[in-house]
Design a protein around this ligand. Structure first.
Ligand code: FAD
Length: 445
């Protein structure tokens, strides 16, 4: 098919999820002059912290520079899982720096907490009655090479021991039980994994915050913060707020407000397409057990069916720079048909992009920076984790920092590129190299 032929006449360069819940100003409130806590950023992490604090009686402002839902929280794939990617790249390797061995020591507890993160999403959905197609249908991780499949044994053991994840190996000759393709060299199924409609989940958290009395201020960019704990002055595009605590929850959209935090974060785009409605036979055959699917190469793809079961949502990295939406759709379509050749004539209705934030140690972090709380660095997997870390920051504020967690006290390392200030000019080079290595691994296999 030519580029234009794979585009449906109704093709849109915006998230499919926004058909059900688009970014919103909600109350469109102006920030009050005083509050207990001001949170910068209105995605899952900021809202989840705000909800926890407001339910405990604190007055809370969430300042969102754009509409609520502008960031990754309304654009993601909606895969919810515990621990699968946590500490990637840490466990292996013989020479470890001090920080790495500290992480290796804590990896078991970090993994245990990732299960708490997974459970928290289910709890919030139920408690706040969020109608977001939360379905606990499990995940399939496809092995890109036989060596990756061999590595699944240890991975499944760790996931089961630390997260009670219900992980099981799926040899290649049984792959078709889970997907209508022979693309992978076997897989690992994980029972404790779910999928949601991401922007409905975000909207549900937003509504819960509104009910709890949070001041939700859209179009309110935080431009400067002075002072310290107990007495901050926060300048926003809509006026000044005096508050006792401040939290930075800007993840892949972290900007000039916190230049030092930017030095630890690599913002990277992730791209998604959604197809037109498929024929019933095709739709039901592709992923018969309704799993979300991810895979093991360095540059990976992730995919699932939409909540109505009629379309495929396919995500990954078309390129490592911003590209034309039609080219993006074409590249993602090619990746999809590499895995499912039977979809070559299926057209794309939606294609979009959003920012995630990577850290040098592949771990999300929370801590204090210039007296401001922060939780940042989702590493591409933050539906559960950023909800959890936001909630944790909220609970730590309520308990005067006394609540412990394996995430507390792990410094967020700077990106070791001389002169790095937050513009990841090197991504196309490293990403291209990783893709080359992936192809080589695959060819050898
Ligand atoms: C395409 C894509 C697919 C993904 N798929 C998955 C998946 O399947 N599963 C999974 O677990 N994770 C996935 N993720 C990651 C997940 O979406 C994120 O980890 C999560 O949404 C981060 O939430 P957050 O609240 O930390 O940040 P965000 O939701 O990105 O919100 C940050 C907000 O901060 C605001 N902001 C920035 N600066 C300021 C300022 N100065 N003043 C006020 N506001 C400011 C921004 O406008 C933005 O709205 C995906 C991400 C993307 C982009």
């Amino acid at each position: 098919m030519t580029t234009d032929a794979i585009l449906h006449p109704d093709f849109k360069d915006q998230p499919y999820w926004w058909e059900a819940a688009a970014p919103t100003a909600l109350d469109d409130a102006d920030p009050p002059a005083h509050a207990d806590v001001l949170i910068v950023g209105g995605g899952y992490s900021g809202l989840s912290a705000a909800l926890e604090l407001a339910r405990a009686g604190r007055s809370v402002v969430v300042a969102e520079a754009e509409l609520f839902g502008h960031g990754a929280s309304s654009r993601n794939g909606g895969g919810v899982s515990a621990g699968v990617n946590l500490g990637k790249g840490i466990a292996g390797g013989s020479s470890k720096s001090g920080a790495q061995s500290e992480i290796a020591k804590r990896l078991d507890t970090l993994m245990g907490e990732s299960r708490a993160a997974f459970d928290l999403v289910g709890t919030l959905v139920e408690r706040e009655k969020i109608d977001c197609h939360y379905e606990k249908r499990g995940r399939l991780v496809g092995a890109y090479t036989p060596k990756h499949f061999a590595g699944f044994e240890a991975k499944a053991e760790a996931l089961n021991r630390l997260c009670d994840a219900g992980a099981q190996l799926l040899p290649r000759d049984r792959l078709r039980e889970e997907m209508a393709s022979d693309f992978y060299h076997g897989g690992m199924t994980i029972k404790q994994a779910a999928k949601i409609h991401p922007s409905l989940y975000h909207k549900g958290l937003l509504d819960a915050c509104s009910r709890a009395g949070v001041h939700l201020c859209a179009h309110t960019r935080v431009e400067g913060v002075t002072g310290g704990r107990g007495g901050f002055t926060v300048s926003t595009s809509k006026g000044t707020v005096q508050c006792a605590e401040t939290m930075i929850a800007t993840n892949g959209y972290t900007g000039p407000l916190t230049p030092d935090l930017r030095k630890s974060l690599v913002p990277a785009t992730s791209h998604i397409i959604v197809t037109e409605e498929l024929s019933d036979d095709l739709a039901q055959s592709l992923i018969p057990n309704g799993r979300t699917i991810s895979e093991t190469p360095r540059v990976l793809c992730y995919y699932r069916m939409t909540p109505d079961g009629k379309r495929m949502m396919f995500g990954g990295r078309a390129r490592f720079t911003d590209i034309d939406p039609k080219l993006r759709a074409k590249l993602m379509h090619a990746m999809m048909t590499e895995r499912f050749p039977q979809m070559k004539d299926v057209r794309v209705t939606h294609s979009w992009t959003g920012f995630v934030a990577f850290t040098y140690d592949y771990l999300p972090h929370l801590g204090l920076h210039r007296d401001m709380h922060y939780c940042l660095g989702c590493n591409g997997s933050g539906v559960a984790m950023m909800t959890y870390l936001g909630n944790l920051v909220g609970r730590r504020i309520l308990q005067n920092d006394e609540l412990d967690s394996a995430f507390v006290g792990l410094d967020m390392p700077k990106v070791p590129v001389p002169g790095y200030t937050g513009n990841p000019w090197f991504l196309p080079i490293i990403g291209g190299w990783y893709r080359f290595l992936d192809r080589l691994d695959r060819m050898r296999a």
